[in-house]
Design a binder for this molecule. Sequence first.
Ligand code: GDP
Ligand code: ZN
Length: 303
Amino acid sequence: SEANADACNGTVITHHGKELIVRGDNDETISCQLRQNLGTIVCGDHIVYEYIDPDSEPKSAVVVALNERNNILQKSGFGGKAKAVAANIDHVIVVCSLVPKPNSYLIDRYLVATENLPARPLIVINKIDLLDEENEHVVNDINAIYETIGYRVLETSATQNTGIDELQSMLAGSTSILVGLSGVGKSSLVKDLLPDIDIRIGEISAASKEGKHTTTVSTLYSLPTGGNLIDSPGVRDFSPVNLDKEQILNGFVELKPYRGKCKFANCSHTNEPGCAITEALEEGEVNPQRVNSFRKMLEDSEQ
Ligand code: GDP
Ligand code: ZN
């Protein structure tokens, strides 16, 4: 068939049932219908659309193709079923805070999920304004564990605006998503990163046939510094889906080099003789807390 001269490229910024709201590469925000079955389309997907009636107000279009994805983030939905939530993510920002204290197993699960997308993780310790002698070990421990194995750790205060410029510049030009336990300050960070979020929500509502937009659905916002932030409360607090043994090892960047080095090919990396990871632990080459997380994740994946 002949290529349609009116076809436009765009990014899905959100959806309301069968209606997709798309930001065209020409910067318009437009309501698109999904007529053909193109499979699941999620926030962050790159699609091709064609106008139905360019003179209607608001304009409307139909999605005609879904471009290949770099990755797709999934969370556990009802009954542990994987649910796709966002696509084409470059950065996953794992947010924790001084108060409540971080859960290192959860941080490790997010990191493993991110490494397997694949996307680049960034660890943020928020509420740094609450730093005192009693909790400073939290920051020191996280830096000691994660910076040693190559992750960036950024300290922020969403309420005092500390580290926000640095966070903005680290996110510039890429598509990011914030994840972490509720209460660590993700909504506050989103407000700092997207000061005009209410105006953007208004624009989406105006483009939508339904005439309204709720922030409970995943939504992609463009950042003032370029790039995008995908946000939705249900995605912020998501629990990573269970991965298989290979993916779990792949997700521990500092343990990956020991792959295939154990005496037994089917080593469970717990109590077998000749386990390369146990040996690395005994030699002090790897962090005991990370090895604990690794073993716990393997155990959890078997259930
Ligand atoms: P979310 O559940 O992760 O989205 O967290 P919220 O952004 O709703 O924040 C939870 C609570 O922590 C609120 O009472 C915020 O005012 C507070 N909070 C968020 N960021 C900071 C911070 O940097 N410092 C302090 N002291 N409190 C914060
Ligand atoms: Zn082993």
